[in-house]
Every structure is written in structure tokens, then in C-alpha cells.
Design a protein. Structure first.
Length: 245
């Protein structure tokens, strides 16, 4: 089949998870403080602003260090990290996720060009499908490959993404799709490494959980501000291809 197929991460390019991660951080700190007070210990936490917190996350400052800068020490940090892992995918916090600005318009461009979008995400498929339905994006996705582990996306291990992208590539080829023009679009080093491992062009978008300077170190094929820009580039490629056909 001649239709262009692109692989795309979910968190970052399409879903803005910054508010959920920040809410999780604040709730984790509040929980540790409550536990300390219940044990008769005085603990004053220092809540980072969302801008501070997200800048640290984008530049890969360890969560342990973020907890320390927020006033926690020793066992308190361990308790905080465990609590964050427990609650980050709770339904009440998942509701904080929003569509990235102009992602809807970008996906609409691809739909009009006949470009297929295959999601490769470390999120459980049911979470992704719920989000797509809530935000009227179900139409934009041709296929979906996810992970069963509810904490996989938060941990975002590169080896998981490499394996999952490999599975998606093989499955799409078996269905007869031509992947010679494909991209892997994502917002983390895991996405870049996955695309590179399978010999496909990579597009790193800087609207997600990694900064532009951090992503540049992994040498993506393209570095773009958001999915909208990537979709415009794909539209230009598709138009040129049609003219040359």
C-alpha cells in the first residue's frame, strides 16, 4: 500500500501531561507532609512553581533531586517517589491531561493528505482510547501499540520503546504498508533511540517533557517545536511526492 505511514508517541506530541505531572508532584508532597504530621514530625515542604517543576523535568533533573529541593530528606524522599508512582495514573489525575495546542489541526492535515498515524506509546491502550474519545481524536489514529504496565509511560524506558516500535513496524509491514517514507515522532530520548535502532528518521518535538537542548544531544533527524510543525512538513513531502508521481 502506497499511503505514507508515520509512527508517533502519544504523551508529548499529542497529549500535554504537564498539568498531571505537576498535580501528582503536589499531591505527593502533601501526602508525605500529612504522614509526617501524623507521626508527630514537623515538616515544611516547599512547592516549586509549575514553571520551575516542568523546567527541571524537561532537563532530566532526577525526581529525587526535585523532592530534595522541595524540602524532603532521606526516607521522606523514598515515600514521596513511591506515592507518585502509585497515583500518577489514577483516573482523577488522568483528567488533567489536555490536547497539545494545534495538535488537532496538525492531525487533520495528515488526514486530508491520506497520511496514516500509528501510535506507539508506553501508555496502556485503554487510557489512550479514552483520551482520544474524550477529545474527538479517535478519527486521527490508524493503529495503536501500547503497554500493559501502568507505570511504563512515567518511567519511559528506552528499551521498552525500542521493542514496541519494532513490534509496530513488523505488524504494519505484514499488513502491506510501505514504510520507506516513515518517521518516528516523539518528545523523549526513548523515541529518538527507538527510531534510530530501527533505521527510520526521527522527529523530536520540544513541546513535551524534554527540552530542546537535551534532545539535541541525541541527534534526531529533525528537531521541531510541536506536532503541528511536523505535520506541515509531512504535508509538504506528501504534496511533492504527488507532483512527482
Amino acid at each position: 500500500m502506497s499511503a505514507i505511514t508515520v509512527f508517533c508517541d502519544f504523551d508529548g506530541p499529542i497529549a500535554d501531561v504537564s498539568e498531571r505531572y505537576y498535580a501528582t508532584y503536589r499531591q505527593g508532597l502533601a501526602w508525605v507532609q500529612t504522614q509526617a504530621q501524623a507521626q508527630g514530625d514537623a515538616l515544611t515542604v516547599r512547592y516549586l512553581s509549575k514553571a520551575q517543576f516542568w523546567t527541571f523535568k524537561q532537563n532530566r533533573v532526577p525526581d529525587r533531586q526535585i523532592a530534595h529541593w522541595s524540602g524532603l530528606e532521606g526516607q521522606q524522599i523514598d515515600s514521596f517517589l513511591a506515592q507518585v508512582s502509585r497515583i500518577v495514573n489514577h483516573a482523577s489525575l488522568l483528567d488533567h491531561d489536555q490536547v497539545q495546542p494545534q495538535a488537532h489541526q496538525g492531525l487533520d492535515i495528515l488526514q486530508q493528505c491520506g497520511i496514516r498515524v500509528v501510535l506507539v506509546t508506553l501508555r496502556p491502550p485503554n487510557q489512550v482510547l479514552t483520551f482520544l474519545d474524550q477529545h474527538d481524536l479517535y478519527w486521527a489514529i490508524s493503529d495503536l501499540y501500547g503497554m500493559p504496565e501502568v507505570e511504563a509511560a512515567y518511567n519511559n524506558q528506552a528499551n521498552h520503546k525500542v521493542d514496541l516500535l519494532g513490534t509496530a513496524i513488523v505488524a504494519q509491514q505484514r499488513q502491506g504498508y510501505d514504510l520507506r517514507q516513515t518517521w518516528m515522532i516523539g518528545d523523549t530520548e526513548a523515541d529518538i533511540m527507538a527510531g534510530q535502532a530501527h533505521g527510520i528518521d526521527t522527529v523530536a518535538v520540544t513541546c513535551g517533557i524534554r527540552s530542546s537542548s537535551y534532545l539535541q544531544g541525541f541527534r534526531p533527524t529533525h528537531l521541531m517545536p510541536n506536532l503541528w510543525t511536523a505535520c506541515q512538513r509531512l504535508q509538504q513531502r506528501s504534496t511533492l511526492r504527488q507532483r512527482c508521481a
